[in-house]
Design a protein around this ligand. Structure first.
Ligand code: HXC
Length: 509
């Protein structure tokens, strides 16, 4: 009996070594942790329950049947808790055949996806993989497709998060692309459909891994990644922080954490946040940090389309999604990138019943051929569509400019805003005074233009025309913004909206 028990111990020890000590050392030398070390850091201490530790590949081609078969087959899977909340996890083990995906490796991942969906709990993938196991050919492609299908089935039901922690190619970038959030580790992680060698062969282009698919590219230019962290440890700790904000599924509602931050807290410094000069920028993040509990704001896609801010905070301990124009970047204008970024975030919040708080200071949509040729109409429509479709509570606060179509789009009353506030500094109009007067009074003398501009400013550049019509529910003092939003959100907790039956909408993709 003792021998049998010892055998299990020996087999487990061997499985935990993955591709062997030499390859583990190699992983460490590259500044990366192993799959098991990553899971240890991600989950609460001692909470990991592993599945399929002894699974082996079944490949017989290219001499694979003659080689030693590493138990686990390149992926560590199971479940555990993050601050006591259940999550399912799979972590690619680069030490085993480069973490590449075989038929059996794919089945392990699928088992986790199925269990996560059945249990209605988030699924987290830690990626570090050479893509399809080349020796397995179509069996590997089939394995990926089965994973993709599950990604889609789970979309909008449970949060799916991908953390890219090494080189990732082919299927190991397409599956993350269908999840809700992708994060990367700077300097050690790369994402591309085909790597630099293939690029060189096909297009003659010579690029490095970083130039082709590093965090510096995907957090800025391509916007594939929602954020990047300096190393594995930092990335995993930040992932824990993100999970604390997220509901377990689309039915459970937002988590509620204890907080010592009084929802009635007023902040008089907000009364001077907006400068006297309407063209002078100010930092919208200062407002966000002063509104949310304990200043804790988890920003997404910070380095891409900085003219709009998206991220999670809490009010009264409950998660809210924050969308805000940022006057510090391009005056907070809405362009294609900003519209797409915010639209995707709004849809995530709506799918998972996360109320949205929107802060508005927007001079309009960005004019010009570059934007029009790039499809601004369709991209802007994405954000309009996403907000209009929301059934979650929408609380909006206009701090300064809300001009033109961008006023409508930014969670206005007309497209579904439940409680719409404005600060006394708000200017709600078709456009700024100068532009408006130059169109209406074209050809008039400079004195006349100046006089009319003043008239326009007095009549329209305030929140009161909109408030007179009920488009703004209340003009509020900046210092009372947190208590007003907290009260509105508390009132809106029972919001119920019926939608007409349809198979699905046809949003402007
Ligand atoms: C089998 C693989 C492998 C793969 C790596 N290995 N990728 N084995 N299939 N796809 C093995 C290597 O043989 C090596 O084994 C070990 O993993 C480590 O790989 P190295 O190349 O030594 O590591 P490194 O120099 O860090 O380079 C990592 C890499 C490179 C950039 C990922 O290995 C690479 O380019 N791999 C191929 C990537 C690729 O083109 N994949 C197919 C994508 S197509 P030993 O025994 O020496 O440790 C795809 C199709 C699905 O995924 C598409 C669905 C839409």
């Amino acid at each position: 009996m003792r021998d049998i028990l010892d055998q299990l111990d020996t087999r487990r020890k061997q499985a935990r070594l993955g591709g062997g000590q030499k390859r583990i050392d190699g992983q460490h030398q590259k500044g990366k942790l192993t799959a098991r070390e990553r899971i240890e850091l991600l989950l609460d201490h001692g909470s990991f329950e592993e599945f399929d530790m002894f699974v082996q590949h079944r490949c017989v081609d290219f001499g694979m049947d003659k080689q030693e078969k590493p138990p686990g087959d390149g992926v560590v899977t199971g479940w555990g808790t993050v601050n006591g909340r259940k999550v399912f996890v799979f972590a690619k083990d680069f030490t085993v055949l480069g973490g590449s995906l075989s038929e059996t490796h794919a089945l392990k991942v699928q088992k986790i996806q199925d269990m996560a969906l059945k249990m209605r709990a988030p699924v987290i993938g830690l990626f570090d993989s050479g893509g399809a196991r080349i020796q397995e050919g179509v069996a590997s492609l089939a394995g990926y497709a089965d994973i993709f299908k599950r990604n889609v089935m789970a979309s909008g039901v449970i949060p799916q998060i991908s953390l890219i922690m090494g080189p990732c190619a082919g299927g190991d970038v397409y599956s993350p692309a269908m999840t809700d959030f992708i994060f990367m580790v700077r300097d050690t992680s790369y994402m591309y459909v085909t790597g630099p060698d293939v690029v060189k062969t096909v297009t003659n282009e010579i690029v490095t891994h970083e130039e082709l698919g590093g965090a510096s590219v995907h957090t800025t230019k391509s916007s594939i990644s929602d954020g990047a962290f300096d190393n594995d440890v930092e990335a995993l700790l930040q992932l824990r922080r993100l999970i604390d904000f997220l509901p377990a599924n689309n039915m459970e509602g937002v988590p509620e954490w204890p907080t010592n931050d009084d929802p009635q807290r007023r902040d008089t410094s907000l009364d001077t946040l907006v400068p006297d000069n309407a063209n002078q920028p100010y930092d919208m993040k200062e407002l966000i940090r002063k509104i949310v509990d304990e200043g804790d704001f988890f920003e997404l896609s910070e380095k891409h389309a900085g003219n709009i801010i998206t991220g999670f905070g809490r009010i009264e301990g409950r998660t809210v999604g924050i969308v805000a124009n940022q006057p510090m970047v391009l005056a907070g204008v809405l362009d294609s990138d900003a519209s797409r970024k915010a639209a995707r975030f709004v849809r995530f919040c709506d799918a998972f019943e996360i109320p949205i708080v929107t802060f508005v200071d927007v001079p309009g949509f960005l004019p010009g051929t570059a934007q029009e040729y790039g499809g601004l109409i369709k991209h802007g429509a994405k954000l309009l569509f996403a907000y209009s479709q929301c059934t979650v509570p929408l609380v909006t606060c206009i701090t300064r400019k809300a001009f033109g179509g961008a006023y409508d789009v930014m969670a206005s009353k007309h497209i579904g805003g439940d409680v719409n506030y404005a600060w006394p500094t708000a200017q709600i109009a078709v456009m700024g005074a100068k532009g408006a007067v130059e169109i209406i009074f074209r050809g008039q003398s400079p004195e006349e233009i100046e006089k009319r501009t003043k008239e326009y400013e007095q009549r329209f550049l305030s929140p009161f025309v909109a408030a007179e019509r009920g488009y703004i529910d209340e003009v509020i003092m900046p210092h009372s913004t947190r208590p007003r939003i907290a009260r509105a959100l508390a009132m809106l907790r029972t919001k119920t909206v019926e939608q007409p039956w349809r198979k699905h909408d046809n949003m402007p993709l």
